[in-house]
Design a protein around this ligand. Structure first.
Ligand code: 13P
Ligand code: SF4
Length: 305
């Protein structure tokens, strides 16, 4: 990837500012390539959560979407967590709210609530444990309850249910538009057009897509699958930014992917990062009570992984 002179100057300025402020920059795999250049760490939701829990930096600048920055803030109530573009949301996270979840729980009082990390702090606060796409199966397996309410992603819930048939998984009706609308006809076309490519799907995809894929993995898990497989070509069924991330990470292999964009993931640019660092905005604030309760669900997950 070649950058313009302006981009190179901005990257240099951010790296200097970051050192002055003793800040750490955590970057999700779906971010733009130029944002990778300013990262201290690039990863999936689980790895970013673990980094946020471990860092000793006083300022954490998060390049991702809201729920990710919020999770970092919950894990670090004493630190300043910044997000350069505060309106970067996740449409799936908005498909469940704490009031509706509490009402639903009353119908299934014996069930444990497992919330995907793609959820608000309020939803995490009423959940028993959190999970990410990388550890959802292990998290659910670890619970003593047989009945599980899984929110908000019905596709991830179906995947977990397929791996743990002894549990009863009650799925919320949420989904990610980037993954959910990939259909079987599209996958057949991909297989026809890329006959030597192995297919790697994200577990936010529909069950029929997962069944026909060679691998099912979180965004960082995709890098490991491709690294350990001797195949030279892969087609990844996830947000399009992952293609660049994989092509950079595994130079001898070729990656192809969907044109599906997560617009929220792409809102952050170098200019907004400079502003964020210079002015130490936008600080992520989480209600103290919700934060304390949500932290229990996140910590419980982190002790398992
Ligand atoms: P990962 O945890 O696999 O990076 O997934 C996050 C996400 O939002 C996928 O759409
Ligand atoms: Fe949310 Fe989907 Fe975007 Fe991931 S890709 S942040 S699940 S809307």
């Amino acid at each position: 990837m070649s950058y313009t002179k302006k981009q190179k100057d901005l990257i240099k300025e951010i790296n200097n500012l970051k050192a002055d402020k003793k800040a750490v920059i955590l970057v999700h795999n779906y971010q733009k390539p130029e944002i990778y250049e300013i990262a201290d760490f690039i990863g999936d939701s689980l790895k970013l959560c673990q980094q946020a829990a471990e860092t000793s930096a006083k300022i954490i600048l998060f390049c991702g979407v809201n729920f990710m920055a919020e999770t970092a803030a919950i894990l670090n109530p004493q630190k300043k967590v910044l997000i350069p573009y505060p309106d970067a949301g996740c449409s799936m996270a908005d498909m469940v709210d704490a009031d509706s979840l509490n009402k639903f729980k009353k119908k299934h009082p014996e069930a444990a609530i497992v919330c995907y990390v793609n959820s608000t702090a309020d939803v995490k606060a009423v959940s028993d444990i959190c999970c990410t796409s990388a550890n959802a199966v292990n998290v659910v397996k670890s619970l003593k309850e047989k009945k599980i309410i899984f929110v908000p992603d019905k596709n991830l819930a179906a995947y977990v249910a397929s791996q743990i048939p002894e549990k009863e998984i009650i799925a919320w009706d949420g989904y990610c538009p980037v993954h959910h609308f990939v259909n079987e006809e599209y996958l057949e076309e991909v297989k026809k057009n890329f006959p030597s490519a192995k297919i790697i799907a994200h577990p936010e995809s529909k069950p029929e897509i997962l069944k026909k894929s060679d691998y099912i993995a979180s965004t960082s898990g995709m890098i490991n699958c491709a690294k350990n497989d001797p195949a030279k070509e892969f087609f990844v069924l996830t947000e399009c930014g992952m293609v660049e991330r994989l092509n950079r990470s595994l130079r001898g292999k070729k990656f192809y992917g969907l044109c599906n964009l997560c617009f929220d993931m792409k809102k952050i640019n170098l200019e907004s990062v400079i502003n964020s660092l210079k002015e130490e905005k936008f600080k992520v604030n989480v209600d103290r009570n919700a934060s304390r309760k949500a932290k229990r669900a996140i910590d419980r997950m982190l002790t398992l992984t």
